[in-house]
Design a protein around this ligand. Structure first.
Ligand code: HQG
Length: 181
């Protein structure tokens, strides 16, 4: 993605996941907002986004962070504002991965994985993605989550439209640390 696309994507993440009030919009209960409303609000707040650019951000986004449907847009996952993405619970693969930073390990050992400021704990189907997520926070550590075992005892999993696995919490007993920790 070029610089303008990345900058626009970051701004959209901010208003569609965390702070819609920054530009005076409200998301509906499932996180959607009319594109017309969004673009007008962006323009009124000194953040004009041309309709073509918005389309480009949605289609070219490296992680498919946003989706457009019926003239509305929402973020596929990652919200801190309370939304119900209306995803169906599905059975997870045997293992999923969570990338974190080594400085969080001690707390994770005590408390398991918590959703912190977001609506869910985010898990990746592959280690490479988890590593990138972990690197955002510091020295990355890739935790393996025994998702199937969690599912068997009743934990509920969702998969967002862009392939991120979501669950409420991961108790430490379902986490395997890398050998060198
Ligand atoms: C950590 C990105 C201490 C957790 C990615 C993480 C993801 C704990 C941090 C999405 C803890 C929260 C989400 C505990 C969890 N004690 N630390 N008990 N439990 N943590 O950013 O998963 O690129 O809210 O390990 O792709 O890093 O933005 O969550 O390090 O899918 O589209 O607390 O964001 O998507 O950090 O990232 P975050 P995350 P985008």
């Amino acid at each position: 993605m070029d610089k303008k696309l990345i900058q626009t994507s970051k701004f959209l993440s901010l208003v569609l996941r965390h702070k819609p009030e920054l530009i005076g919009i409200a998301l509906d209960t499932e996180g959607w907002v009319d594109i017309d409303v969004l673009l007008k609000a962006c323009a009124s707040n000194g953040q004009s986004i041309a309709p073509d650019l918005l389309q480009e951000v949605v289609t070219q986004n490296d992680k498919k962070r946003f989706v457009i449907r019926d003239g509305r847009i929402r973020a596929n996952q990652g919200h801190s504002v309370s939304v119900d993405l209306a995803l169906s619970a599905i059975e997870p693969p045997a293992c999923l991965f969570h990338g974190t930073a080594d400085r969080f390990l001690e707390s994770i050992r005590c408390n398991g994985l918590r959703k912190m400021n977001r609506q869910h704990v985010h898990l990746s189907p592959d280690e490479a993605t988890a590593r990138k997520v972990g690197m955002r926070h510091g020295r990355p550590v890739i935790l393996k989550v025994r998702a199937s075992d969690m599912h068997t005892v009743g934990y509920v999993f969702y998969c967002s439209e862009n392939g991120v696995w979501l669950t409420e919490a991961v108790p430490y007993e379902f986490i395997e640390e890398p050998k060198d920790y």
